[in-house]
Design a protein around this ligand. Sequence first.
Ligand code: THG
Length: 274
Amino acid sequence: MLIVGERINTSRKVKGEPVIENAVASRDAAFIQKLAKDQVDAGATYVDLNCGTLREDEPESLEWLTKTVQSSVDAPLTFDSPNPVAVERALAAYDTGRGQPMINSITAESGRYEGILPLVQKYKTKVIALAMDDSGIQSDPEKRLTVARDLVKRLTDAGVPLDDIYVDPLTFPIGTGSDVGVAMLEIISDLMNEFPGVHTIAGISNVSHGMPARKILNQAMTILAMDRGMDAAIIDPMDRYLMALVAATEAILGRDEFSMNYITLSREGRFEGL
Ligand code: THG
């Protein structure tokens, strides 16, 4: 399971912690490096960088985040921005020795598709394909599936390997309708059946937006989506219980030979106290 750690996001506002936006704006390298290291130590395979709230300072800030995070962890990075200028600055500063970078994300919106595709090709990145086009975010799951399908076809026609494409069905808050969870699971199943070899990913934490006890909803959504074939997730790896459930689910779904990863994590003490 590919785990993208979501905590370096300037729109995250957590009580009791210095606000991430301020840390980025004031170039507080130590604070950001700790956020990165804690996530990687907790099991994140990629670290997401999102400083979209900084608007016109986004390109420079994303470049700074890239250099700052690379100097503290070896993990590859995910550049979470719709802005090709910001993404290219980050890619140019990225050390490819860390592994293949990932762009988060491309959509079927006209400006964005044309802006991001050349970067995917030039830097040979992995890319998250968000099921969104010029008509915006569609609440109808059939429409989102159609947009996702078209994106996979256009990207593969453009020479992007299927194995580099991570389709994101878009995670709606469960508070917006009791059927949005089921709809998302259906999109994941359909895509995994239709395009063997493609990947699916989701920003799971959105499902619990506005709800109490968010972690529990995030945990349930992650497991259910994994059952439908989702093989990557943008989550908070600092939730130890969620990370333990991911490992257990992989073992049960036959994605962890002889449960070796599960056993190793247990030996490392990762499940202590759970
Ligand atoms: N798909 C893709 N990328 C994405 C998203 C997606 N990037 C952004 C977002 N959605 C995923 N990242 C987050 C990060 C934080 C939160 C939700 C999604 C979040 N955080 C709590 C808050 O701000 O209130 C804080 C919780 C905590 O960390 O303690 O809700 O869908 N491709």
